[in-house]
Write a protein that binds this ligand. Sequence first.
Ligand code: SER
Length: 897
Amino acid sequence: MQTHEIRKRFLDHFVKAGHIEVPSASVILDDPNLLFVNAGMVQFVPYFLGARTPPWNRAVSVQKCIRTPDIDEVGITTRHNTFFQMAGNFSFGDYFKKGAIEFAWTLLTGPQDRGGYGFDPEKLWATVYLDDDEAISLWQEVAGLPLERIQRRGMADNYWSMGIPGPCGPSSEIYYDRGPEYGVEGGPEANEDRYIEIWNLVFMQNERGEGTSKEDFEILGPLPRKNIDTGMGIERVACLLQGVDNVYETDLLRPAIDLVSSLAPRPYVNHGHSADDVRYRIIADHSRTAAIIIADGVSPGNEGRGYVLRRLLRRIIRAAKLLGVEQPIMADLMATVRDAMGPSYPELVTDFDRIQRIAVAEETAFNRTLASGSRLFEDAARSTRAAGATVLSGTDAFTLHDTYGFPLELTLEMAAEAGLSVDEEGFRGLMAQQRQRAKADAAARKQAHTDLSAYRELMDSGPTEFTGFDELTTEAKILGIFVDGRRVPVVSHDGLDAQRVELILDRTPFYAESGGQIADEGAITGTGASETAKAAVTDVQKIAKTLWAHRVNVESGEFVEGDTVVAAVDPRWRHGATQGHSGTHMVHAALRQVLGPNAVQAGSLNRPGYLRFDFNWQGGLTEEQRSQIEEVTNQAVEADFEVHSFTTELDKAKAMGAMALFGEAYPEEVRVVEIGGPFSLELCGGTHVRRSAQIGPVTILGESSVGSGVRRVEAYVGLDSFRHLAKERALMAGLASSLKVPSEEVPDRVATLVDRLRAAEKELDRLRMANARAAAANAAAGAEQIGKVRVVAQRMAGGMSGGDLRSLVGDIRGKLGSDAGVVALIAEGDNDSVPYVVAVNPGAQDLGLRADELVKVLGSAVNGRGGGKADLAQGSGKGAAGIDAALAAIRAEIGRS
Ligand code: SER
């Protein structure tokens, strides 16, 4: 049964049973604790927690899931993938254990000609949480499963949570027995290769707090209702129903392996875990994951999600190299993924050009890095051998890994070819140190993350009402006060740093940071008995999307929970913020007008007076494109367009052509901001000016790269834009006055000066070389005789480059005639360098002298490196103090010939 069919049968089965089919969420959800969506239930967390009322009480989905913590295991075990499709049914306070078991059982064992999967019931096993007798009885009653095929397991296996605070509960898993050829008997408890897990039924009934592992976390208490969350691994079911022995053989993964094996010199054997087979599987697994992540809006980068993507793409490229594939393969791999996965994930087809472009750009860039890494390797190997050693240092291997992305195995392979081994222990030590640093960073980040349980009670009493679209001052009630994340009844100005105190209000005019717009600033003041209380608002963040937490600096008096206060946004700040945000929409619209629809937004940030906008684009913008974008933006500002906002359904907004941020999860009802009708239409919750002319002038400061395939424009708006221009004008005036010409003549004047400077430098060079040639002629005349060889070994005037020396050496060698002759010149160059060149004519070569050997003699006295051929060699060192010794050494060496 094909994978698409397995998916369809799952959805049909549950839709027939009254479930609403919910599309897969993007793999990126707005949760800083979760790099990628890793389970079907993630998009439903607020429903389980009771923070939001679910619109339906039964749902079914097939969710795109990414799990990368075990990335190094991919291909070694043959049942794990970094991307997989989790089919799940969900009950929000509706059916519980019995329903979940019944639905799963009928689909698994239902005959294939009636929409089921047709698994043999005799081969199915179940596990339950230690004390879950109820589940045991249900498995017996509902499914007729004999007791000997039900096993009890502990926390680590049968108690599910997301690994972070959130909903959790005991679970019951369904396993399929693949038979004795896969391992020993004894059920899942004995062997999870033979008994393969296909479906996890979670009885979601509790809420967990912080913890350190799967088995160690605090259970905070029961959820408002009992829920069901299940997850069936589509890939594993496909593997069983297609009668293949591992997931890489299934219809959606095998095509990538076939593609690579048509290009690689060694075939895919699919027997055991040979290094080559693992490489094939890595490529098949990672190319799927990469395509899905790119489709959801991630570009390769050095942090977070971008880093995961980069790592996946680079692992593909390295695996291909290790398989002996010489040519680029990314373009074809992405097309293979599109063909296999497109029917279930249409975004892979509609967005294919962008996905392929991004993957190929990373491949090209990484191949360049690999090439420079190879050069570094050659150098390191050469100096290792030159030092008479046979072991490449751990530091070299680590640099190759860390800076050039060489896995140890690649370095080992290259070293073996060069007849060297590698200090693996040293390498591992450095890796361990690096991991330690990364861990410390992660721990520091975690401390900054808020434990949501403290805010739970407030979430239940409903969201903060945002009044800031209509007013800047609002009377509100303090619902809660938090200091360092802990709830307190009262807070006074004594002894507390800013940033540690949070006030939660029932209503607020303060905009909380979101959608690229930073939070409003202003003040919260007390009324009545606490009218002396005053706090400056320094930041506002949303908690669980519903509560506005105002970070404040209490400047006087005290705030008490339940007090009525006045929250007032600084109007000047807000005016600037609206200019920044509307300006961002204008630049976005202008950018698409100039560059076309491929310039897709990748992020933005705006604050009063400033904005920046990131977008997907390969290569830099030309000066002309940049000024066109600026021109279109300012014309639209001047047109004084009306800015209009309204709410509508997501589908309608999209149908109108409203632009949305790629990969963002939007609610069903969205706010749309329209500037100048068709000019700019975006989904946006931010605050805006009323008419475009209020934005004031927009000046684009610059355009730069922020990672592969992503560009950034930055701009000033409003008064800051004017001030920036005024500053440039003052600079120009200063230049004009120093150059003593009117401003408009500055460019010509500078060009003339630059030309004159160049001419003067050329003349200087000419004179220097003329002098040097005269010196060379003298030098040739005064050549010393060492044995049978005429030798010129000299220190030249300072400031000469290696190139200068090389041309002089040629001159002198010519003047020495046909007798055996050696010329060695060395000088104090620029920046502390010591360039040197050695030439050996054919007569001297006949006596066994070689320039590439003599150059080493010079080099060793001045810490230099270099090389060349028998007739000519050059190098460069550091430390002019060694020059005399170097010349003495070369004379001595020639004397020995
Ligand atoms: N959330 C559970 C899991 O991921 C079941 O869907 O396994």
